[in-house]
Design a protein. Structure first.
Lengths: 578, 127
């Protein structure tokens, strides 16, 4: 940022000191654009980015919390289900003693009653202290099976109540077992009541607790073997490869990428069971919230960007234009001052020269006059007539010189701003007097159509001379060679205004040039041929004298400048009388 | 007609003498002085002019200063300013200071005598 400010300052300095202005303005404009864009967009981008980031974090936190609640709820539901099953098994084992259950009839009846209440029960077995299944009720023929070396049997003896993983077992169908060991009265031996529950019961239960809030709910054991089907990670008894068992009683939530989808996964132990509950959800389940937020942010960002762009462009253009305008004005003023100074110097020089010449001219005039006088009063003598003629020639030449020196002195007078009564017709003739030789060499004729009896106008002679000198000079330049300049004066009596029109038979101008004709530094002349200030200064002078200047032009038809001057100028001050 | 007495005050000796001679040929009585100081010094003792032809630019004293002094001491004498210098304010300033006319050099003898006659008339008609 500081380097941009430094650069802007640098370009301002260049503009102020006027070095290569065109490219400096361009660079200044670009630098200002850069600075303004940076000022507007850096905070905008930062705010947008931070808002997005914060909102995303908030959403993620909210999502995690929701997953946590969901996991807790599901955990409780499944635990309630497990406890209910456990209660049933415990109740049965308390209600019946071992001997009663050695009667097939009792076992079958008990099984039917249980199945009636819990259709998920597949079979019921009574296992004696030796690990041999003594009685069995169910669809298979499993009586006499020896479970003594089976893992679940060992564990139930140790823990009294045991829930197994889902396994295939002897019947080759997925199921799990709830078993309770009971002590034989008066012995250090245990019999076991064992209930097999169809795996589908568990699966159905999981399916009922599954909601839209999650993509997948499954049970997995500590070894990572799936205990129910997973929508994402595979079928029953397949391996879930990413398991990191959570500590007892704690819910762990982690994020992971699976097939390019970001997932939130939560895991928690189900109490009194070998299972871990796993819930998986894709992140941004509230995608709508996020996408609508992003949509709104995008709209706000684009809106702000558009607004900032419009404002920046307007402001930068306005600043640069103002700067350029001010600079141009300053340049015009400086050039005008230079021009005035130059004219003043020329004026002083002209006046000096005229004065220096006038005095010897006066001596020549008087001496020649004296000779004439003497000869006129003297008697005739040889060559008298010839001598008189010669002296007349000298006096004519003196008269011509006098016209020139008086004109030069008149030019010098133009530098003094003096309001006086001026005969505009005389003034125009005087101006044309300066230009007649130039016009003659260029074969340009002056046509004069001056209104008679024009009133004297109260104005500044020097400035009026400059105005018409500029306009007529321009007309001569426009024509180049061969043409006509017509000067017309008209009195608008009702308004007390004199219109002075200068029409040339030059090439004329298209409308786009006419619009700019009074602009400072605007010139159609070749580089170095014109300053582009003549008409600008003329315009300023006419306005200063309370007048108005208009231009009419058509390509191929020539150009007409009309200067309208008030007869009674409001700039009245002291002046010459007559 | 009375002989009109003139005094030409001009540092250009050649101009003054030629003009004096020409005016004398036209029956004027003409004296010449080559500086303002000389003119002021001689006025009332050496020169008794009705009309003074006074140059505006002279080395010792400017025509304006001479004019002011003449008008102070001899208000009856009419002064015609003659100058080769064309300062625009010269004319109006000298008229304000009491000059009768302001004529630029080189001057036509007929125009000058006409102005002298006018000035003389003005002088005699003055109260």
């Amino acid at each position: 940022m500081s380097s941009i400010i430094h650069k802007i300052t640098h370009y301002l300095t260049i503009i102020v000191h006027g070095i290569d202005k065109g490219s400096s303005y361009k660079n200044f404009r670009f630098m200002l654009y850069g600075a303004m864009f940076a000022i507007c967009f850096i905070p905008l981008i930062v705010v947008t980015g931070l808002s997005s980031l914060e909102y995303k974090k908030l959403l993620e936190k909210e999502e995690e919390e929701q997953l946590l609640w969901h996991t807790q709820g599901t955990q409780k539901t499944i635990e309630a289900f497990i406890h209910e099953l456990q209660s049933v098994v415990k109740f049965v084992s308390k209600k019946y003693n071992y001997n009663e259950l050695l009667e097939q009839e009792n076992v079958s009846e008990l099984f039917l009653r249980l199945k009636d209440q819990y259709p998920g029960f597949v079979d019921l077995g009574v296992i004696g202290p030796s690990g041999i299944q003594q009685k069995y009720a169910g669809p298979f023929r499993l009586e006499g099976y020896d479970y003594s070396d089976q893992d679940w049997y060992v564990k139930v003896l140790a823990r009294q109540l045991y829930i197994s993983n889902v396994f295939m077992g002897f019947r080759k169908l997925p199921h799990f077992v709830i078993a309770v060991s009971n002590k034989l009265p008066g012995k250090e031996e245990y019999w076991v009541l064992r209930l097999s529950i169809d795996y589908e019961t568990l699966q159905n239960y999981i399916s009922t607790v599954s909601t839209k809030a999650s993509q997948d709910i499954f049970l997995v054991n500590n070894q990572g073997v799936l205990q129910t089907r997973s929508n994402i990670f595979g079928d029953l008894l397949e391996t879930y490869p990413f398991l990191k068992p959570p500590p007892e009683g704690e819910i762990i939530i982690n994020t992971a990428n699976y097939n390019g989808i970001k997932q939130l996964r939560s895991f928690v132990h189900i109490e009194d069971s070998p299972w871990i509950l796993g819930i998986v959800k894709e992140t941004y389940i509230y995608g709508e919230k996020w996408s609508s937020f992003r949509h709104r942010m995008r709209l706000i960002f684009l809106g702000c960007t558009f607004l900032a762009l419009v404002v920046i462009i307007q402001v930068v253009n306005a600043i640069t234009d103002r700067l350029r305008e001010a600079d141009d004005k300053r340049n015009v003023a400086m050039t005008e001052a230079e021009h005035t100074n130059k004219l003043a110097s020329i004026g002083r020089l002209a006046a000096g020269v005229a004065h220096e010449i006038n005095n010897p001219l006066a001596i020549i005039d008087q001496k020649a006059g004296l000779v004439t006088d003497l000869m006129v009063f003297a008697d005739d003598f040889q060559h008298k007539e010839k001598l008189l003629k010669s002296i007349d020639g000298i006096q004519d030449a003196v008269e011509r010189c006098k016209v020139i020196t008086h004109r030069l002195l008149g030019f010098a007078r133009r530098m003094d701003v003096v309001f006086e009564y001026i005969d505009i017709t005389d003034l125009l003739r005087e101006v044309l007097g300066f230009l007649e030789k130039e016009a003659l060499y260029s074969h340009i004729r002056f046509e004069l159509a001056f209104a008679e009896n024009l009133p004297m106008i109260f104005s500044d002679r020097g400035q009026l001379q400059q105005i018409f000198l500029n306009i007529t000079n321009n007309a001569i330049d426009a024509i180049g060679e061969d043409g006509e300049i017509t000067l017309i004066t008209v009195l608008r009596e009702d308004e007390d205004i004199i219109d002075i029109s200068v029409h040339d038979t030059g090439p004329g101008m298209p409308p786009e040039l006419i619009k700019r004709i009074f602009d400072p530094f605007f010139t159609t002349k070749e580089a170095g041929q014109g300053t582009g200030l003549g008409l600008s200064i003329t315009y300023g002078l006419v306005k200063k004298l309370g007048g108005n200047i208009t231009v009419e032009s058509e390509v191929g038809q020539g150009t007409t400048f009309t200067v309208s001057l008030p007869v009674n100028n409001s700039h009245k001050g002291g002046g010459l009388n007559g | 007609m009375d002989e009109i007495k003139l005094l030409i005050v001009d540092d250009e000796v050649e101009f003054a003498s030629a003009l004096a001679e020409r005016l004398e040929l036209r029956n004027y009585h003409v004296d010449t002085a080559n500086s303002g100081t000389e003119a002021l010094k001689g006025l009332g003792s050496t020169y008794f002019p009705d009309i003074i032809l006074l140059d505006l630019r002279m080395p010792d004293m400017s025509g304006f200063d001479v004019l002011v002094k003449i008008k102070e001491k001899h208000p009856a004498i009419e002064v015609i300013m003659l100058t080769g210098h064309g300062a625009s304010s010269g004319g109006s300033s000298s008229l304000e200071k009491g000059a009768f006319a302001f004529i630029m050099k080189p001057v036509n003898i007929c125009d000058l005598t006409k102005k002298i006659q006018e000035a003389y008339k003005n002088r005699t008609s003055a109260p």
